[in-house]
Design a protein around this ligand. Structure first.
Ligand SMILES: *Cc1c(COP(=O)(O)O)cnc(C)c1O
Length: 366
């Protein structure tokens, strides 16, 4: 069997979720598990959190139905609401909550006659300029929905563009817009994503929406005392399948991007871009071999990548290789660090891990 696996530590997931709750003790935290829980397996993650999380959030009704069919009974929020009017009966039947960001969605709701009113998060565009109503049109829609018999427990929802920055005028501008609306409408709020949950208590609302932090990635530009307690949930792990001794000057891999600066030992690892490992990883991208840091040497191939193990005395065929996550000796390679070497973010690495890397679950209830 090919040795590549994505080990998923469900105890770490629960630890990170508790951390999100402790950051915001006055808020409820909806666990964001869209995109198959950022590549970790939505149903397994929901099951692991079902005794702690009062609600889950996903991006579409298909994702929500998968959870319901898997036996998840909590409310599930559709962060982009319905994509067509014919989804509304399913929303009602399964007790989903919906974001409402467009006039056509308001019209569908106002025309609907559900047996039980539907909980709604009205989305205001406070500056992200993606989804939601303009602040100056929000109050009228809020009042219309509040009066509608089809609508229950209306919340005001918004999303931040720069909550990850250490200090950002734009964040405070969005916040001021939202505070003005909230006090005018006496609206309960749902604003904070992971960075705002971790760094901006002012943004904590009735509900928060932590996502990536649940998986152990630090979303802040500058780590703080809390983010340092996050634990990686996914460990992408493989093994050395071959070793090569190279003379100074010999190249490795496609186009010979890396050349041995001296006599070097190269390990071939069973993991490539065909598994979702980022092909943009530069020479020097960190990898753990037997828990020891070393570096990618040469371009990532479809099924393999190559690592300079000249200084790893115990590197052998079958040695444990961690592409990100936690090695057997406890050494951690943060996915955020790997992402920087790939000129990307942890979100793309996590959601990019393909089914070819089987998920293997660990922890209580795994
Ligand atoms: C994905 C998403 C989140 C979670 O964001 P993180 O940065 O992963 O915490 C929160 N709110 C909305 C609307 C989202 O789409």
């Amino acid at each position: 069997m090919r040795p590549l696996v994505a080990d998923i530590d469900l105890d770490a997931l629960r630890h990170n979720y508790q951390l999100a709750c402790r950051c915001a003790p006055q808020s409820h935290s909806v666990a964001v598990i869209k995109a198959d829980a950022y590549g970790h397996g939505a149903l397994a993650c929901a099951q692991a959190l079902q005794n702690q999380a009062p609600a889950f959030a996903v991006a579409s009704i298909e994702e929500a139905l998968t959870l319901r069919q898997g036996g998840i009974t909590q409310p599930i929020v559709l962060l982009e609401g319905i994509f067509s009017a014919d989804e509304l009966p399913l929303v009602e039947r399964h007790g989903f909550w919906i974001a409402v960001h467009s006039q056509w969605q308001v019209d569908v709701l106002l025309a609907a006659t559900p047996l039980k009113p539907i909980p709604v998060w009205l989305k205001v565009d406070s500056g992200m300029h993606r989804l939601g109503f303009a602040p100056n049109e929000t109050a009228a829609i809020w009042r219309q929905l509040s009066a509608a018999p089809s609508v229950a427990r209306l919340h005001l929802m918004s999303h931040f563009a720069t909550a990850d920055a250490r200090d950002s005028d734009y964040f405070h501008q969005q916040m001021a817009t939202l505070q003005a609306l909230a006090s005018e409408l006496k609206a309960p709020l749902c604003l904070a994503n992971s960075p705002a949950t971790l760094a901006w208590p002012i943004a904590h609302g009735d509900w928060n929406r932590p996502g990536v932090m649940l998986y152990g990635s630090d979303p802040l530009e500058v780590p703080n005392a809390i983010t340092q307690q996050l634990r990686p949930v996914m460990t992408l792990r493989s093994e050395i399948i071959a070793l090569r001794d190279l003379a100074a000057g010999e190249p490795v891999g496609y186009s010979g991007r890396w050349r041995a600066p001296k006599r070097s030992r190269i390990a071939v690892v069973a993991c490539g871009y065909g598994d979702g490992y980022d092909r943009h990883a530069v020479d020097g991208t960190p990898v753990l071999v037997n828990g020891q840091r070393c570096a990618i040497a040469g371009k990532v191939s479809m099924d393999m990548l190559t690592v300079d193990v000249t200084d790893v005395s115990d590197a052998a065929i079958g040695s444990d290789v961690v592409l990100w996550g936690t090695a057997r000796n406890g050494e951690v390679l943060p996915i955020d660090e790997v992402a920087r070497y790939c000129d990307t973010i942890s979100y793309t690495l996590l959601t990019g891990v393909l089914p070819r890397a089987p998920r293997r679950y660990h922890g209580r209830s795994a």
